[in-house]
Design a protein around this ligand. Structure first.
Ligand code: ATP
Length: 550
């Protein structure tokens, strides 16, 4: 298609030769009709090919955006939690939306346009050389100069594009945080300050983008100037040669037409180089993200875990986050099959870290974690995670129906099972009271639920998952006493017969746990049943007395 467009463009320039020499100079009657017909025919072929080509080019570009976005998302979903936490979500979003777009421009306009224009220019230069090679040689003096200008400006574009992208990432981070924290902004009356923060970022981004625009805008006039000198040189040379009349009038006109027609694709070639450079910069960033491979991954030939009793054992487990600060300094504990073990302790002690190691959100830096005697590092991640249900503090719901939210851990579960799970979580009645029952859409754009209702849907999700291991980050502290009591009752139902490790934020809720570990400073400070720990009169007894007093 590209060759057709380029060929037809060159043909139009070539046709000027017979048009002038045959029709006007030789007064040829056949040519009088044939040449205009040929002009129309080649213009039609060029237009059709042009149309098909633009659609094809856009498709190639958009396809690349779509494929890149899918690969990025796939990689983000598989990436280590540690990596995701270290990088702000705004940066991921800007790679997804902004960089993928730049990449598409580089491909659809850049590569394809580069080829098309290069072919057109080559063919038109061919016409020039065919008409008069000495003249063509004179007209070509501008090329090396133009190439040098393009190169310099291309480099600058690439640099500026990198800065603009970094600022786009910062801006999306700022926006996500501000939208999530709207309540806080309003409550503390910080609207004006937030506007100032965002204004600063928007202005910085504008500055970088404008630097790019100026570079791009300078490309065309600079090349135009070079082109004008080349045309002037050609006319001067042709004029000087005119005396010897080696060249016909038609030939000269065709030559000049080819030269002027070559001008347009040459101009676009110079701006395309900038687009191409932006695309290369974006590609660097996208590929850097695609190259990140998760460290928490299946060992080669890892078997599925075989869970029978579901006993969890921590053997002298050490762990440090990426920044190097140790969070666990030798934790050994056992969660006996079917029993409930609670982790309590001061904030920052390491309770969440302990629980996060069981589904291998992170791998320990020392020691081992065993489930039914199998080191969890040696089994497949999918089978390990299938063996557990997680009820986290945040009560995350997706923008989907209640039924889909409950079935998140067991996609395709029949309605009867979904309802049974909701009943067990004491959620069925309030769900039936919603406008569309189980088909009610919840989440950001759907019906807004109370904290307790959200929590109950999450518990129903864990019921339906029906896994032998239950990881519970007790989320009842944000609820009122009545809701908390109800949720506690449903949670006890959920824990029954399952190996449960629970983080207790309210000590009153875990008094009947089989064993309580007090985690402090990354170590287990004391362990025992509620009564034993009270009798001991240590940290737990103090924490409990404090909680009672409140
Ligand atoms: N993603 C992280 N990156 C770096 N350090 C972290 C990260 N998460 C937690 N920490 C640090 O690890 C230590 C243990 O944190 P952890 O969240 O396990 O405590 P916790 O006992 O669950 O606290 P809380 O009761 O407040 O939730 C803390 O010092 C914390 O600052």
């Amino acid at each position: 298609m590209m060759a057709i467009v380029a060929g037809m463009t060159a043909l139009l320039a070539y046709l000027l030769d017979p048009a002038i020499n045959e029709i006007f100079v030789n007064r040829n009657q056949t040519a009088l009709w044939a040449v205009p017909a040929a002009v129309v025919a080649s213009a039609i072929v060029k237009s059709v090919a042009d149309y098909i080509q633009s659609v094809q080019m856009s498709y190639v570009g958009q396809r690349i955006v779509a494929d890149t976005q899918l690969s990025l998302f796939d990689n983000f979903m598989r990436a280590d939690l540690a990596w995701i936490h270290d990088i702000h979500s705004g940066r991921l979003i800007s790679a997804f939306l902004y960089d993928a777009g730049l990449l598409s421009d580089a491909v659809s306009k850049g590569v394809v346009g580069l080829l098309r224009d290069a072919v057109s220019v080559l063919m038109l230069i061919g016409v020039m050389y065919y008409q008069n090679w000495q003249l063509a040689l004179v007209a070509s003096v501008g090329f090396p100069v133009a190439a040098f200008v393009m190169r310099r400006l291309g480099r600058k574009t690439r640099k500026v594009s990198g800065k603009a992208q970094a600022e786009t990432g910062t801006l999306s981070s700022l926006l996500t945080e501000r939208f999530d924290g709207t309540r806080l902004v309003k409550a503390y009356g910080r609207e004006a300050d937030e506007l100032a923060t965002v204004t600063a970022s928007v202005e910085r981004r504008l500055g970088h983008l404008m630097r790019g625009v100026r570079t791009k805008a300078a490309t065309v006039p600079l090349n135009d100037a070079v082109g004008a000198v080349a045309i002037a040189a050609a006319i001067l040379y042709a004029g000087l040669q005119a005396q010897s009349s080696e060249m016909s009038f038609g030939g000269f006109t065709s030559f000049i037409a080819a030269m002027i027609m070559a001008y347009q694709p040459l101009r676009s070639l110079s701006t395309l180089n900038n687009t191409w450079q932006e695309g290369l910069a974006a590609a660097d960033r996208v590929f850097a993200m695609l190259d990140v491979k998760p460290k928490v991954a299946d060992a080669p030939d890892a078997p599925d875990i075989a869970v029978a009793r579901a006993e969890i054992v921590f053997e002298d487990v050490h762990f440090a986050y990426n920044d190097g600060t140790p969070a666990l300094k030798g934790v050994s504990l056992t969660v006996p099959a079917g029993k409930t073990v609670a982790l309590v302790g001061p904030s920052g002690g390491g309770k969440s870290t302990t629980i996060n190691l069981i589904p291998r959100f992170y791998d320990p830096t020392g020691g081992r974690i065993l489930i039914d005697g199998q080191d969890i590092k040696g089994v497949t991640l999918a089978s390990l995670r299938r063996a557990m249900a997680l009820v986290a503090q945040e009560a995350t719901l997706f923008d989907d129906t209640i039924a889909s939210n409950i079935a998140y851990g067991r996609p395709g579960a029949p309605q009867s099972q979904i309802e049974a799970a909701a009943r067990a979580a004491a959620a069925h009645d309030f769900i039936m009271g919603l406008p569309q029952g189980y088909d009610t859409v919840v989440g950001e754009s759907g019906v807004k639920l109370s904290g307790g209702q959200r929590q109950r849907i999450c518990i129903a999700r864990a019921f339906l998952r029906d896994a032998p291991i239950l990881l519970l980050d007790e989320a009842t502290s944000a609820l009122d006493t009545e809701s908390e009591r109800q949720i506690q009752a449903t949670l006890r139902g959920l824990m029954k017969g399952r190996t449960t490790l629970v983080i207790a934020h309210r000590l009153s809720t875990i008094v009947d746990a089989d064993c309580i570990h007090v985690v402090e400073g990354g170590r287990i400070a004391e362990s025992g049943s509620h009564d034993e720990l009270i009798a001991k009169g240590g940290l737990y007894a103090r924490l409990y007395a404090q909680a009672e007093a409140e």
